[in-house]
Design a protein around this ligand. Sequence first.
Ligand code: CO
Ligand code: CO
Ligand code: CO
Length: 347
Amino acid sequence: MNTDLLQMVDAGGCSAKLSPRQLDEILKYLPLPDDPNILVDIDTHDDAGVYRVNDDLALVFTTDFFPPVCSDPYEFGQIAAANSISDVYAMGGDPVVALNLMMFPASKLPIEVFAEILKGGSDMAAEAGLRIIGGHTIDDFPPKYGLAVVGYVHPQKIITNAGARPGDSLILTKPLGTGIILAGQKLGLSSAEDVSAAKSIMKQLNRSGADIMRKNNIKGATDITGYGLAGHALKMARASHVTINLNMKEVPLIGNTYRLADEGCIPGASFRNLDFGEPDTFFGDKMDYNLKMIAFDAQTSGGLLICVPSGAEKKIVSELRNAGLASSSIIGYVTEFNKQYLHLNDA
Ligand code: CO
Ligand code: CO
Ligand code: CO
């Protein structure tokens, strides 16, 4: 029996999301409940919903699940869990309890594979101090796994997509390239070192980044997942009514990401993200094509994009690096809205 999970999917991880354009279309039909205790809803396309319980406590709700991003079931479980928890961290919250969401083809795979996925998820949850207290299983192919997570946040300390302010610097805490390296792996073009680097990055919790954001009273952030750096930056710019300027030359990349993009390892999700973002993006003169596609590359369990008041950026970058987020870099800045929400440059 073939138990290589990666061979079972066309698009794994966050690149299996619906396109942002399709999502916008669908969300038009979703009526938004009206309740003063709803502090964050889908109106700002934020990472998670936030509901106020009392003056000192709000709940952060989020869920993510997806098909395999790697061959090994234990690692798939770890990555899927780290990715699901990330949206709580992106809002400045503390993950508290979670449910497993499991779609598993019982007739096509041995039950041990299923157990390994759950073990990976439960170990990652333990690392985050998160308690998995239940779940739900459906027989389905290819397998999919993730969590529905509830976190705590103080109602005055929520970090949102709508918190970017003109003058802020933008810090990215993890390098880009997971989508391109995984596409390259399926074509046999990615090196074992690149695949292993991509997996370590996807398994890294955004916990230390969230701790540093809270300590520094950050107001605006998001995590970089299926819509790519440019797609998530665009959602943040729209929610904040500002323009986000990104310099792709400053963006750290995993291993041979640039060369793989140059060799054509660009997954379909990146083109769908570009198609969504292009009308709202100003591209710098003679923008390098590969860097443009890397900007829109769908990431799985990517880093935080943090808005930092100017003057504090160097201190916060060094705090992030010291906390193990070694690639943390200043990659752009926020201005008043200027014709397009996103300005993408490479110079
Ligand atoms: Co998110
Ligand atoms: Co999410
Ligand atoms: Co957010």
